[in-house]
Design a binder for this molecule. Sequence first.
Ligand SMILES: *[C@@H]1O[C@H](CO)[C@@H](O)[C@H](O)[C@H]1NC(C)=O
Length: 230
Amino acid sequence: MATSMAAVLGFLFFLLPLSANAATFEIVNRCSTTVWAAWATISPQAGGGRQLNQGESWTININAGATGGRIWPRTGCSFDGNGRGSCQTGDCGGVLQCGGYGRAPNTLAEFALNQFNNLDFIDISNIDGYTVGLDFSPTTGGCRGIRCANDSIVGECPAELRTTGGCNGPCTVFGTPEYCCTNGPGTCGPTPYSRFFKDRCPDAYSYPQDDPTSTFTCPGGTNYRVTFCP
Ligand SMILES: *[C@@H]1O[C@H](CO)[C@@H](O)[C@H](O)[C@H]1NC(C)=O
């Protein structure tokens, strides 16, 4: 009896360190308007969403080791009491609590936690366009934050990329390998459109193979704050 209890406890204490160290992400809305925050991860497949009035914040827990992570602002939403409706930008299948990614355009905070050498990989992406500026920063030390908040991306958006509530990326609009980089590594480079985004948000991905200036790392176990309209 005593032995089996010890075995069970030993097993639990073995599991706990693997599962207990989720990262927290505090999402803050500093915009002068309501924003509907959204998040999703591919592995594990998970997501959620919440209305954030001006000044409100929401803290979520993300599993250690989660990949394909995204946090994004949705704008112009209206949902019924069951959380069904739609958003002008960032809509995720017409539900308040997202279970997957949203529709472009959206400014994206992206992450993969506890990867090689237990590093978190974080970035901001304009590949799916720009709607609301955001800051993505650690709340603990050990790495630098990143920011993409220049509304001239919307104000000066090239006519062919312009859309209600934001500025699309060229891959969304034209769908060609030149902009989507679908022909494999090393086959695509900057374009006038990607430079338009990069000039205004140097920390953010401006096209899919923009990794060298757009990927950042933090120690695994870091907690974060994502601020809309920082
Ligand atoms: C936005 O980007 C433009 C072009 O690089 C720059 O001239 C302007 O100062 C930026 N504005 C802000 C608020 O960063």
